[in-house]
Write a protein that binds this ligand. Structure first.
Ligand code: AMP
Length: 300
């Protein structure tokens, strides 16, 4: 596996392969890789000839009060995981190389980026949209993989790529969870043992919402209430938002008549947790899943 730190070297590598007709896959990450990232890398490996994983803790998507300085950076372990999974290039640019003196462009996706996470973290999505655009321009992949775990981010990236004709195929893969349902995240290491026990409650709340839809509830307020009931029961959790949304625009829905996404964000100690589930009104598959009591279903 090659480790590339320079942007020009990265682009030169990709351009050479593109000229040879090689399909380049890309998984952008902030490192501290876990099995969620591993699943994205494996899915990418099956779809491309040459695979690039970037590890870049992007400072512009953190606000000054957030955890940029303490964000975990186990670089050697991350490289080992990439090697194990057959990654061809680990792209590790520095912040100075990504944002040299004079850098001033900001990419925004104003509607999708304004809601939910955007409201709580106004810095976040302009930082994400800008870094994704810059990474795509540097790595020049044919396809890039993102996790459903960060649903709003994936919707925003799809919009961005279409609006700016970036010519990268976006593939979104299901959320990988711990056995108790907690979505894997690099930030889960911040939990105390007591908090870790409470953390899966967000997913349980989302499941209660999905169950309400499966049982025929169509009013979004009923679905929202079903989610809130589970989460309110748990002391120590504060709800930032629980919402029933249009899966493309992320606008709040008043009723669930076809596909919807249940979005949730809570605070637990010093950690913000986000998670989501896709639901389909009247979906036979979802009803079957619920009757089989499969707790880890995704994308129902
Ligand atoms: P991050 O390193 O947190 O910026 O995440 C890099 C990519 O991995 C993003 O596309 C995330 O959505 C994805 N990802 C993070 N956690 C998970 C998970 N538990 N399951 C699937 N994908 C994930």
């Amino acid at each position: 596996m090659k480790i590339i730190r320079s942007l020009t070297a990265m682009t030169a590598w990709s351009e050479r392969l593109r000229r040879e007709g090689v399909t380049i896959g890309f998984v952008p990450t902030m490192g501290a890789l876990h099995d969620g990232h591993r699943a994205l890398i494996r899915a990418a490996r099956l779809r491309c000839d040459a695979l690039v994983v970037s590890i870049f803790v992007n400072p512009t998507q953190f606000s000054p009060t957030e955890d940029l300085a303490r964000y975990p950076r186990p670089l050697e372990r991350d490289r080992a995981l990439c090697r194990e999974e057959g990654v061809d290039v680990c792209f590790e640019p520095t912040a100075a190389a990504m944002y040299p003196e004079g850098f001033e462009t900001v990419v925004t996706v104003p509607e999708i980026g304004r809601r939910w996470e955007g409201e709580v973290r106004p810095h976040h999505f302009p930082g994400v949209a800008t870094v994704v655009t810059k990474l795509f321009g540097t790595v020049r992949p044919h396809l890039a993989l993102f996790g459903q775990k960060d649903y709003q981010q994936s919707a925003l990236v799809r919009r961005l790529v279409e609006d700016l004709s970036l010519g990268v195929e976006i593939i979104v893969r299901p959320t990988v969870r711990e056995r108790d349902g907690l979505a894997m995240s690099s930030r889960n290491v911040y939990f105390s043992s007591g908090e870790r026990i409470v953390a899966p409650t967000l997913y349980k709340g989302l499941q209660a919402g999905a169950e309400a839809v499966a049982k025929g509830k169509t009013k979004a307020s009923d679905v929202q209430a079903a989610m809130a009931k589970v989460i309110d029961r748990e002391r120590g959790l504060t709800i930032d938002y629980l919402a029933v949304c249009d899966p493309l625009t992320l606008e709040l829905l008043s009723s669930v008549t076809s596909k919807a996404v249940l979005l949730g964000a809570v605070r637990l100690g010093s950690v913000r947790l986000i998670d989501n589930l896709i639901v389909t009104a009247g979906s036979k598959r979802m009803q079957r899943k619920l009757s089989e009591r499969l707790p880890r279903g995704e994308g129902v």
